[in-house]
Design a protein around this ligand. Sequence first.
Ligand code: COA
Length: 424
Amino acid sequence: MKALEGVKILDFTHVQSGPTCTQLLAWFGADVIKVERPGVGDATRKQLVDKPGADSLYFTMLNHNKRSLELNSKNETGKEVLTRLIKECDVLVENFAPGALDRMGFGWEQVQKINPRMIMASVKGFGPGKYENCKVYENVAQCAGGSASTTGWLGDRPMVTGAQIGDSGTGLHLALGIVTALFQREKSGRGQRVMAAMQDGVLNLCRVKLRDQQRLDAGPLKEYSQFGENIPFGEATPRAGNDSGGGQPGRILKCKGWEDDPNAYTYFITQAAVWEKICDVIGKPEWKTDPDYATPPARLPRLNEVFDTIEAWTMTKTKFEVMDTCNPLDIPVGPILSMKELAEDEGLRATGTVVEVDHPERGPYLTVGCPIKLSDSDVEVTRSPLLGEHSIEILRDVLGYSEADIERIGASGAVGDMKPQAAE
Ligand code: COA
């Protein structure tokens, strides 16, 4: 038994933000029916192609454990099938451009009329307001949500991060909204609208930077490196390089081999509680009692000197040796791990966070499994569906259409290729 067993999701999502959300729900046991445009499907199927003819990793890694229904939502028979699906399902998830669902004839009012228990969940770029009609992609959301203005180096351009906080981050927010609405429906008996705007999701993840914006009113942000460098603060939270976002100063420092290996670095936090141990490890026992270094406030104007001295020590060790030395002493450090190292990490494979999946078109590939572990709801990652792979089975088994109906629907052009996919 899985946590969301019995929950049927009508998945109208595409690209990344929506698919991340429905993939999570599928991993928790929901039956996710992905509706895709006949002959085309989710645009990511054929984006960043590495194996000609096969679905891309972009698509496969975001659409595990789902079923695919190839259906033209603008054709009258297609609309008939969709209406049946809306009656049958618990949740409709979509991340179309603003207004697209209304143009299809399946706006919130209409959906509520068809099924008052339906939870209709959407990702949009912006919430209500002057930008509500904009189409939005990942990096736009990172910029509009405050991440880019606070990432990167002081005096340099704003920078986006590799973590897809706009797309996957908003997908996570939406998934929480959906399960919360399902929980409320248990008591209210009603569905509701769930909305996650990418700008809001990114800003939520940048909460500490809005904290710092308000702290600026009380004076310079002393834990930022620029304070020790006597660089005045402006009106807005500045870019802070690799400074830690918390009250304990931290930086990325070079480790042995940094000249040839772009990831031979460690993050190092000068946690106040273990300062004396840090002094011993780096060969500076005199800093334990020196009033210029002994307390966190005394160190703040000297962070460059402090971290240069720590780096002189980390450069004599590999990033893993730094970890092995500091971890037992509770000194918070973390190696900079490359994607190659993570892909090969035995621990992550053992927990199912990195999984190898087989695919009929592309063969075995690696993916990130479910990052949330439930003790009573096991996750088994299965491959993404081929385009329209489950069209017939959904019409027959979920909607109860007869063979004659299925033929009529196929002949109307509402559904794409009606031939069952060859068995693997
Ligand atoms: N059958 C028929 N038509 C279909 C269909 C189907 N099964 N599925 C989609 N379509 C149509 C839509 O109805 C729409 O038609 P319309 O513009 O005539 O109304 C059209 O396909 C394109 O959909 P749209 O969402 O506008 O795609 P796009 O490629 O132009 O824009 C995004 C892509 C991501 C920018 C846009 O969807 C968006 O802003 N989404 C919200 C924010 C978001 O999630 N962004 C991040 C994506 S990772």
